[in-house]
Design a protein around this ligand. Structure first.
Ligand SMILES: [Fe+2]
Ligand SMILES: [Fe+2]
Length: 278
């Protein structure tokens, strides 16, 4: 029974130095979740996250449409969830000079799947920087996250923000999920979808001190990135203020409650041509 549609990834060249390896995953009842990885062509090339590890995906091959994988110097793993680590060990093998940019916790979690040699790790905490030859990247903790190892970053040269899971949104179609511009999605539809994602991915936001939570927006408000690149949203240009306004309401959004067993059985029945059970 297919619970997800499988689609080949798409490459978008957003700027001369930034490409998106766009993919998506359908989650029944939720929508199509974008799953992006990015390539930042600084003097030392950086790959940001490594996509899905599904059997029909080949991250290193997809990456080779943008650059020779052997030239990758940094793999910025925004956090070691499995929708971000799909191609990481294959890429480490294909890119002998590459190091994984993560935190101490991130390296530890990643090593539960496969040993990460510590000389292939480079630790960057929020607020610290990475020099990639022609620019620095400054790590930050996005307002919303689902993993304690999460570190997004600002490209100090272009101002672009890489926000990890934050700002994600399930979208109605795979085409929209893999679009090169989130403005293809209607404003109100995007707001609703981002709030849904916020409550699915970061349910803790509904228990926080709202004033303290809003202060975590400060680095985004100070830097005012014109382009925000989330793993789970098409590229978002020119709408950072609106997206922060949306996230500001997450503490009081309706909590997400997942399907129960009866709903799952209904779902399974709907996948059968004869309407019967599995
Ligand atoms: Fe995550
Ligand atoms: Fe994620």
């Amino acid at each position: 029974m297919p619970l997800q549609k499988v689609r080949p990834g798409t490459v978008h060249r957003l700027r001369p130095d930034i490409s998106v390896l766009a993919d998506s995953l359908e989650v029944p009842g939720i929508g199509h979740i974008p799953v992006n990885a990015f390539v930042l062509l600084g003097a030392e090339p950086v790959v940001v996250d490594t996509g899905l590890g599904l059997p029909d995906r080949n991250f290193v091959e997809a990456l080779s449409a943008v650059l020779d994988p052997a030239d990758v110097r940094w793999i910025w793993l925004t956090h070691p969830d499995r929708d971000h680590t799909g191609g990481i060990f294959d890429l480490l093998a294909a890119a002998p000079k590459a190091r994984v940019v993560t935190t101490f916790i991130g390296a530890g979690i990643l090593s539960c799947e496969h040993p990460l040699p510590l000389d292939r790790a480079h630790l960057v905490n929020p607020g610290e920087t990475l020099d990639i030859g022609d620019r620095t990247l400054t790590g930050f903790r996005p307002p919303l996250f689902d993993n304690p190892a999460t570190v997004g970053f600002f490209d100090d040269h272009s101002g672009v923000c890489f926000s990890s899971d934050c700002f994600g949104a399930p979208l109605p179609t795979a085409d929209l999920a893999q679009a090169d511009d989130v403005r293809d999605v209607a404003v109100e539809e995007l707001r609703t979808a981002q709030l849904l994602w916020a409550t699915v991915d970061s349910p803790w936001v509904q228990t926080v001190d709202v004033e303290k939570y809003l202060r975590t927006f400060d680095s985004l408000k100070d830097r005012k990135p014109d382009l925000v690149l989330s793993t789970h949203l098409p590229p978002a240009a020119g709408i950072t203020g609106a997206m922060l306004d949306t996230l500001a309401t997450a503490p009081s959004a309706p909590p997400f409650v997942g399907p129960d067993q009866a709903a799952l059985e209904q779902m399974l029945a709907s996948f059968q041509p004869d309407g019967g059970g599995p």
